[in-house]
Design a protein around this ligand. Structure first.
Ligand code: NAG
Ligand code: NAG
Ligand code: NAG
Ligand code: NAG
Length: 393
């Protein structure tokens, strides 16, 4: 009895689905068309770190215009590599934040200098491939580049260790074109704790007074405050002190998969109040316990919309920075499949207009607001605070 009614139900549901698909297929616009209307902005790609690891930042023998899928170095299994120009184009990427990242090993040594190397290699890459890439430092610049069919290329510094505890370096990074600073990477700083602390629930300093002043100085400069990688406490403290909307350049939802790199629901509520954005990370290890697929990414995106609303979600793949990618989202050519799938699974939520928000409209709103707040703070003097410790870099 139970079994036969289940079979009937399954039959009925499939039948309804068939009818539904048949009636909607005809005039259903594929989700990927959103990416032709508005630039897809990806919050985080670690290609520059791979240029350092594999080529010591030497571009002479690097062929970014070739399909690198089968390349001996950039296509090999020991390279966390997912990016080249052909695949970026196929993936309809409109704007990319390239991460200027140096490992925490350099923290008390030469982090600042090595970060300059990474900013420099990003600029050399953009110049070398300037038929396709264009250095962009403003929200309007993203739209202009998109209209000229260029991939807007922005720079984000991943990890506060890169500023060597100095406001001066933060300001000069801005002058070099850097538009976000991730407050920490995986190491704790003298002024902020990383998400690693949440693994043992042993938070002590959170965001210190100096850390809060860094956030305020970033607001004054027009530098986006990136809270991916910081601890739960630092997320909340930074949001409450920031005068501008914040971003998570590459983080997903803790309620969907409990990992310290993801954002908890109560923080998602704060992001909504703050007007900020969580740009969803695709890394298999952050989105599911095993066998991650594109469906898991859909679940993270939908959860963030459920809690924070449609205006506070974006994309921050983490391509080139992770050893495993989900089935269906293997490299930068696959974003259109994600947009198709969202609209296929839930056409009522994921209208083309809403897919444009996910792709880039939400991020553009945040960036413009950060620029507006910079303008409003134009008469505020630069912060002259020094970190009161002896082991400055
Ligand atoms: C990489 O380049 C730096 C200078 O930028 C140099 O000091 C270092 O020896 C180089 N490493 C390798 C493995 O070539
Ligand atoms: C790159 O090459 C791989 C393997 O040959 C192929 O599957 C893929 O479609 C190619 N990508 C592009 C954008 O041509
Ligand atoms: C840390 O706290 C969270 C929330 O209270 C809890 O779920 C988790 O199990 C704790 N982790 C450790 C390692 O104690
Ligand atoms: C993941 O896939 C492997 C083999 O493909 C399978 O053995 C395993 O049961 C799967 N794990 C889960 C949690 O589904």
């Amino acid at each position: 009895m139970y079994k036969s009614s289940l079979v009937l139900t399954v039959f009925f549901v499939s039948y309804v689905n068939v009818i539904h698909t048949a009636t909607t297929k005809k005039d259903h616009v594929p989700g990927r068309s959103a990416l032709d209307n508005f630039p897809l902005v990806d919050g985080h790609n670690d290609l520059p770190h791979n240029l350092y690891l594999k080529l010591n930042n030497t571009l002479k023998g690097f062929h970014f215009d070739k399909n690198l899928t089968g390349d001996a170095v950039f296509g090999s299994s020991d390279c966390s590599c997912h990016t080249d120009l052909q695949r970026l184009r196929k993936g309809k990427v409109g704007a990319q934040f390239w991460a200027a990242y140096v490992s925490c090993d350099s923290k008390s040594e030469n982090a600042v200098v090595r970060t300059l190397d990474q900013i420099d290699v990003i600029k050399r890459l953009i110049n070398r491939y300037n038929n396709d890439l264009e250095l962009v430092t403003t929200a309007d610049g993203i739209i202009d580049a998109f209209n000229r069919k260029k991939i807007a290329s922005l720079i984000g510094v991943e990890g506060g260790h890169s500023i060597g505890n100095r406001m001066s370096v933060l300001r000069l990074f801005y002058e070099l074109g850097v538009r976000y600073l991730t407050l920490t990477h995986v190491c704790h700083l003298d002024w902020a704790e990383s998400a690693e602390i949440d693994k043992t629930n042993s938070s002590t300093i959170g965001l210190t007074n100096f850390g809060k002043k860094i956030v305020l100085e970033m607001n004054r400069l027009g530098m986006l405050v990136d809270l991916s990688h910081v601890s739960y406490d630092v997320m909340k403290q930074a949001i409450s002190v920031s005068r501008a909307p914040v971003i998570f350049s590459h983080s997903s939802a803790r309620a969907v998969y409990n990992h310290v790199r993801n954002v908890a629901d109560d923080v998602l509520v704060k992001v909504k109040e703050n007007g900020g954005i969580v740009m969803v990370n695709f890394y298999s290890g952050f989105i599911a316990s095993a066998n991650a697929t594109i469906r898991d990414v859909v679940n993270h995106i939908n959860h963030i919309v459920d809690i924070a609303g449609i205006d506070h979600v974006g994309i921050g793949s983490d391509f080139d920075g992770v050893p495993d990618t989900p089935v269906g989202l293997e490299d930068v050519s696959k974003y259109p499949d994600l947009f198709d799938l969202l609209s296929e699974l839930n056409p009522d939520r994921w209208t083309i207009k809403h897919l444009e928000k996910l792709a880039g409209r939400n991020f553009l709103r945040v960036f413009k607001e950060v620029e507006k707040i910079k303008e409003s703070l134009i008469s505020e003097p630069p912060a002259e605070d020094l970190l009161e410790i002896s082991n400055q870099v």
